[in-house]
Design a binder for this molecule. Structure first.
Ligand code: MLT
Length: 409
């Protein structure tokens, strides 16, 4: 008899960002005259940098000529891109990573949801709470969640490491045995981060406890403070316990192009088996490589010209983050993050439920954000705004929220 994968059925109704978009679309359909401002899903708005566009055009033209045409890309990525990443993201920061430890993909979302496949079905997994939902949902789909408790909002087999204002958004080390921990810093959704000493504690703990850390550094280009690591491999000891997932989406605006990389040092092993070899084996079987033209575009982000253009775009979004943070503070909200990340995390007023606040903001001032509880139980009573819209719309959104607060004062 035919069967479905029952673990898929255990997932809550829809993926968080799909639900945000659904509610927004329903509101817009019912209120076509209203000007809705989207500060919900973290999608970029600035066009690709000129250096990237130039590289794309050039690569497209190469595809038109038999002498320069490229078919399948190498499974693990073109060396020109892996070398650029190695040089700029690791060697330049004193991190010891070699080119063959870098595996190119079509983005950090795919890698962060697929990486669990190379681990056994019964491993114990810990996640920060709140958390990027992909880490949790992909493990539920793989049957590692246990039972969902509607009341607590938790899966029985997962370990939740709470990060709230009470502990300065720094989750404590697990007190029970855990095999794999997902860390995302700068953090999505809280926009807060760990300094070098905090992250070193995690590396030392992982090495002492035979655990592996999956470090998602998708937002590292937003770091402004000196004592915040851009890569976990800047820290001593990380080569034996960490896997890093990197993204071009937020750094270079590739949310539509799709490009990412996973870095696994050769020393990361379980029972003498190299996780790098397993990951490469998985990629060779299930993926035919990121497109040549996109990898050329990725390479262009590392030219001097490309880097300067990207820095301008990041500065633009940073200005939005500051605008949101300062504007909300002025309006009397309790606000976190937004200094080393494109996300601002706020407390909902008067302890309002996160989804109620979502509906309230949408209906009264036509602003879309993301309800904190959608990221996990410790996100209850919080709300996330992204800095990725245009400056003008961000400024307008903050004025509307300030007006709302003044009305209710
Ligand atoms: C978000 O809003 O958290 C991002 O869009 C997540 C992602 O990059 O998938």
């Amino acid at each position: 008899m035919n069967q479905i994968n029952k673990d898929y059925q255990r997932l809550p109704g829809s993926y968080l960002f799909a639900e945000v978009k659904r509610r927004q679309a329903a509101y817009e359909a019912a209120n076509p005259d209203k000007d809705v401002i989207r500060l919900g899903v973290g999608d970029v708005t600035l066009p690709l940098a000129p250096a990237v566009i130039e590289a794309l055009h050039k690569a497209v033209d190469e595809q038109a000529n038999a002498d320069t045409f490229k078919g399948y890309a190498p499974d693990h990525g073109y060396d020109f891109l892996r070398e650029a990443i190695q040089k700029n993201e690791f060697a330049a920061r004193g991190a010891d990573i070699s080119v063959d430890e870098i595996v190119i993909s079509d983005g950090a979302k795919s890698d962060s949801s697929n990486i669990q496949e190379i681990f056994g079905p019964d491993i114990k997994i810990a996640v920060g709470d709140p958390v990027y939902p992909v880490y949790v949902d992909s493990n539920i789909m793989a049957g590692r969640g246990g039972d969902y408790n509607e009341e607590t909002g938790k899966w029985s087999d997962l370990v939740y490491l709470s990060a709230t204002a009470e502990n300065d958004f720094k989750p404590s080390l697990p007190t029970e045995h855990v095999d794999l921990v997902y860390l995302c810093y700068p953090n999505n959704p809280t926009g807060t981060t760990l300094n070098t000493a905090d992250l070193q504690e995690w590396v030392d703990w992982a090495n002492a406890n035979d655990a592996i850390l999956i470090f998602d550094s998708a937002y590292e280009s937003f770091i402004t403070e000196d004592d915040v690591p851009h890569s976990i491999f800047e820290l001593p000891g990380a080569r034996t316990c960490a896997i890093e997932i990197r993204s071009f989406s937020k750094r270079a605006g590739f949310t539509g192009l799709r490009l990412g990389a996973t870095i696994i040092p050769k020393e990361v092993e379980i029972d003498g088996v190299s996780l790098l070899d397993m990951w490469k084996r998985r990629i060779s079987t299930k993926f035919n490589g990121a497109p040549y033209i996109v990898q050329r575009a990725g390479e262009a982000t590392y030219t001097e010209e490309g880097k300067a253009q990207l820095e301008e775009n990041i500065a633009y979004y940073r200005r939005n983050a500051t605008l949101i943070r300062e504007g909300l503070e002025e309006a009397g909200f309790e606000v976190f993050g937004g200094i080393n990340a494109p996300y601002v995390w706020m407390k909902t007023p008067n302890g309002m439920d996160s989804w109620d606040f979502f509906d309230y903001l949408l209906e009264t001032v036509q602003i879309v954000g993301t309800p904190g509880v959608g990221f996990g139980p410790s996100g209850a009573g919080y709300f996330r705004l992204t800095a990725f819209n245009t400056y003008e719309k961000t400024a307008e959104a903050i004025e509307r929220i300030k007006g709302l607060k003044a009305q209710n004062a």
